[in-house]
Write a protein that binds this ligand. Structure first.
Ligand SMILES: [Zn+2]
Length: 391
């Protein structure tokens, strides 16, 4: 048999190739083998009929929390990622230099979703809610972080720092930022900065970032966001984005505001990636999964192809995933997702309890990983462990 799997008759949306139309996608030896109209079924061992459905490259979520049992945020990711169309996910700073080897051995190597990580500049990582990981800046040990990231360069894509007061306490946020930048610079890798209610303004923070660095929770509704008091995009934010600093969504339980997103988009300020920040406190809502996040951006007026671009090839390139990730170009990793694009009236909720009614909703139907249809093997792969404490 020439192909192991064939996805037939779907509407392929692959912005990396500029395709939005009917195509068949064939897989062989775990990779994409052909993207054409009318590939014969007889050439494939298994056929997935995608008539009336949307086919995309496997989604890439660059902000998740997977360190189950160590970080209080951690969840089993396969049920919310791989089972729902996300084939690659990046743990965003759950672990630091002292705890990363555990994340690697007990989580990243066992999760079926392809996993990478940003290393927290705090050596502890995000262990407990009651003590912020940078309240004592001794945890932000640059050489320790650099050493650990070099040891695990196959999985660690960059450095993460969180700058909210509940993380840095009385420490100056810009001091924490400087240490994180120093580590990222030494590694030649991106820095992901968590913002929201910071003591310093977003303009002060972004002025220090390099092209390729990432601001996550970009459309939060706390003080010191992307807008001024009159709702206009701040010039310093626009300037930094113009230089190549990337805005990432990182929806989370407290970091996505419909009002801010609407105001930013209407003034031409766009994110470079859509991500979830999915963790124990939000996977049952308001975040749910990537498909729900994408549906919120459909509601905000972004076309489907643009949303898929922000959830595949753009984040893939931003964090330096392997060539072809986030794309269904022949030769690329055989990762794809199949969705039903439903029409009707759907209520979406942001992180502040505001609702918005959209006319479309993307619903995961199937995931293909390394050229095979993903099927959960155990109950734990279908239902996340633990219970969300907050909405
Ligand atoms: Zn997070």
């Amino acid at each position: 048999m020439k192909y192991e799997l064939l996805i037939r008759r779907g509407r392929l949306v692959d912005p990396s190739q500029g395709i939005d139309g009917l195509r068949d996608v064939a897989f062989a030896r775990g990779r994409v083998a052909a993207v054409e109209k009318g590939i014969p079924e007889s050439l494939a061992a298994e056929v997935l009929d995608a008539s009336g459905l949307v086919v995309t490259p496997g989604l890439v979520d660059i902000h998740v929390h997977a360190f189950w049992g160590v970080s209080h945020y951690g969840i089993d990711l396969d049920p919310v990622c791989l089972a729902r169309g996300v084939t690659t996910a990046v743990d965003a700073g759950s672990s630091g230099a002292a705890t990363f080897p555990g994340l690697r051995r007990y989580v990243l190597s066992k999760t079926r979703t392809r996993m990478r990580a940003f290393l927290n500049i705090s050596a502890a990582g995000m262990i407990a809610e009651r003590i912020g990981e940078l309240e004592d800046l001794r945890w932000a040990d640059v050489s320790w972080a650099v050493e650990r990231a070099r040891e695990h360069a196959d999985l660690i894509l960059g450095i993460k720092v969180r700058l909210s007061p509940y993380v840095v306490g009385k420490t100056r946020d810009l001091d924490a930022l400087a240490r994180a930048l120093e580590a990222a610079q030494a590694l030649g890798k991106p820095l992901m900065v968590h913002v929201g209610d910071t003591e310093s303004s977003l303009e002060e923070i972004m002025a220090r970032l390099r092209p390729g660095d990432i601001v996550t929770h970009a459309f939060h509704g706390w003080r010191h966001g992307v807008l001024d008091d009159a709702g206009r995009v701040l010039p310093g934010v626009r300037e930094a984005v113009g230089r190549g600093v990337m805005l990432d969504i990182g929806h989370g339980r407290g970091s996505f505001s419909f009002h801010v997103a609407e105001a930013a988009l209407s003034q031409g300020l766009k994110p470079g990636s859509i991500s979830t920040d999915v963790h124990i406190y939000n996977y049952q809502g308001p975040v749910h999964d990537m498909a729900t996040n994408i549906s919120k951006f459909l509601k905000l007026g972004l076309p489907l192809a643009e949303c898929i671009e922000l959830a595949t090839v753009k984040p893939s390139r931003a964090v330096g995933l392997e060539e072809g990730a986030g794309s269904l170009t022949p030769g690329a990793p055989g990762d794809a997702a199949v969705f039903r694009l439903e029409t009707g009236l759907f209520n979406f909720v942001d992180s502040y309890g505001n609702t918005a009614t959209g006319a479309q909703r993307l619903v995961p139907v199937a995931t293909v990983q390394r050229g095979k249809v993903y099927r959960p093997r155990r109950q734990s792969e279908a239902v996340p462990s633990g219970k969300g404490r907050r909405g």
